[in-house]
Design a protein around this ligand. Structure first.
Ligand SMILES: Cc1ncc(COP(=O)(O)O)c(C=O)c1O
Length: 457
């Protein structure tokens, strides 16, 4: 198996990898927080791959549940059948989502982007069902990521990931986003009051669109693009209120933050916000199978049920029984092992609180400008100058250098660039499985500190 690649017809892999320039070690095994490559090198998965794994790698019960489902019934098409696993799991997820989704229903897909596409189309259909045919625009935030399919990309604000495809996507308004470390309102009160100002920008954009807005999509805690930015108090509540007043659906994109990652079943619970649609993936199956879901509130479900009676959308593999068996077994394990509690950084003595403390200790490093996050989702932002918050030159790829130095030490982190203006700004995302221990956190933070020092040019 070729590890490294050079550009040239005979020398690259048969896989179209993410990069022709980077070496990818072949991974062969996982257990708990660890992964091993074909050479036997061990890695501590401090980012849960990309905030995917929540229950740990190599859990035999999940593989057994998937195998049992495959033996019993591998697939049926959702236009012809439903399945026991789909019905039971959907009910369990609705229960897990709590009162916001009571009486609602679930649409299963194969991942985050498919779920975002589904939510965008369902929002549009809802508006048509209730006679609001004009409403088709979806507003999103300037620095955001909602997926890589063209619809999801059109509502994403991640410059690096979308710029080349811009001529192919339909553009709607992107509004300002709270980012307290670099607050646009230059708050001097620790951003206790700017939430309303950011929310007001959404209201302006809705009004400017003259009755054409169908939905607003938001990551309750910003994921990869900004690096675990937690909104200021009151922001999400105001956003929800504005949406409701203007007949705009609120879509919470919890692909990264859902299913316990932030120490609540879903991140919106921190702010007691009730979205109309909630998109989730990643931790839903913890990576054991491709799986995503859209939780649909009663109001939206009823509009379709009592209106045209059919959702005009579908993928061959929605509600795939083997993926659902994986997701259902993951949900059972999350509850049995109380992993949402382990991920609650506000709860003293939890693994998330230990992680927060460990990462906070990095603040004294010369290049660490900010440490932020919630639960088991954290961002570490690097700067060339701590006083002015000047970022590194993007060409240096400082976050990538830290990730490479970490990997050499057997530590996996998730590097990103662009948090300052879409191009400049380096940060890491840290999102370990909830089964991580105090000793493993201590070891990981020590390696990370050394890697950060090594990356300094
Ligand atoms: C917030 C958010 N939405 C959507 C997506 C897209 O999900 P997927 O990569 O599973 O298609 C991601 C992926 O990172 C994400 O973080």
């Amino acid at each position: 198996m070729p590890e490294s690649t050079a550009i040239g017809p005979a020398s690259y892999s048969a896989i179209l990898r993410r990069s022709f320039r980077k070496a990818f070690p072949p991974a062969v095994r996982g257990e708990g927080v660890y992964l091993w490559d074909a050479r036997g090198k061990q890695y501590l998965d401090f980012s849960g791959s990309a905030a995917v794994n929540f229950i740990g790698h190599g859990v035999a019960e999940i593989a057994a549940a998937m195998a049992a489902q495959a033996k019993q019934l591998e697939f049926v098409h959702s236009s012809q059948f439903t399945t026991p696993v789909a019905e039971e799991y959907a009910s369990e997820l609705i229960d897990f989502a709590g009162k916001n989704f009571a009486g609602g229903c679930v649409y299963f897909t194969c991942g985050g982007s498919e779920s975002v596409e589904t939510a965008l189309k369902l929002a549009r259909q809802y508006q048509v069902e209730i006679g609001q045919n004009k409403r088709h625009q979806v507003i999103s935030r300037g620095q955001s990521y909602h997926g890589s399919t063209l619809g999801a990309l059109s509502v994403s604000g991640n410059k690096r990931r979308r710029e080349m495809y811009l001529p192919m996507v339909r553009e709607f308004a992107h509004v300002a986003f709270p980012y307290c470390y670099r607050c646009a309102f230059e708050c001097t009160d620790g951003c206790r009051n700017c939430g309303q100002e950011y929310a007001a920008e959404l209201e302006k954009a809705i009004e400017a669109a003259e009755g054409e807005v169908a939905a607003f999509i938001v990551e309750p805690v910003s994921g990869a693009t900004l690096g675990a930015v937690v909104p200021p108090p009151g922001y999400l509540q105001s956003v929800a209120d504005i949406c409701r007043r203007h007949g705009v659906l609120l879509i919470a994109d919890e692909v990264m933050t859902g299913m316990g990652r932030t120490g609540r079943h879903f991140a919106v619970e921190h702010w007691e916000v009730a979205p109309d649609l909630l998109v989730t993936a990643k931790g839903l199956s913890s990576g054991y199978a491709p799986l995503g879901a859209v939780l649909v509130s009663k109001r939206v479900a009823e509009a379709v049920a009592h209106g045209s009676g059919a959702f005009l959308h579908g993928f061959t593999y929605n509600s795939h029984p083997i993926s659902l068996a994986a997701g259902r077994a993951v949900l059972r394990l999350v509850q049995e092992r109380r992993l949402v509690q382990a991920a609650d950084s506000e709860c003293q003595g939890s693994m998330a609180a230990t992680l927060r403390q460990g990462l906070e200790s990095l603040r004294d490093a010369k290049t660490v400008g900010d440490v932020r996050g919630i639960g088991l989702l954290w961002g570490v932002e690097f700067v060339a100058d701590k006083t002015t918050k000047r970022p590194f030159d993007a060409q240096l790829n400082f976050a990538g250098r830290v990730a490479q130095a970490s990997m050499r030490r057997g530590l996996l982190v998730y590097p990103m660039q662009g948090c300052v203006d879409g191009i400049a700004g380096d940060h890491l995302l840290i999102a370990p499985p909830a089964v991580i221990t105090t000793e493993q956190i201590d070891w990981a933070v020590k390696q990370l500190r050394e890697a950060i020092e090594e990356a300094v040019p």
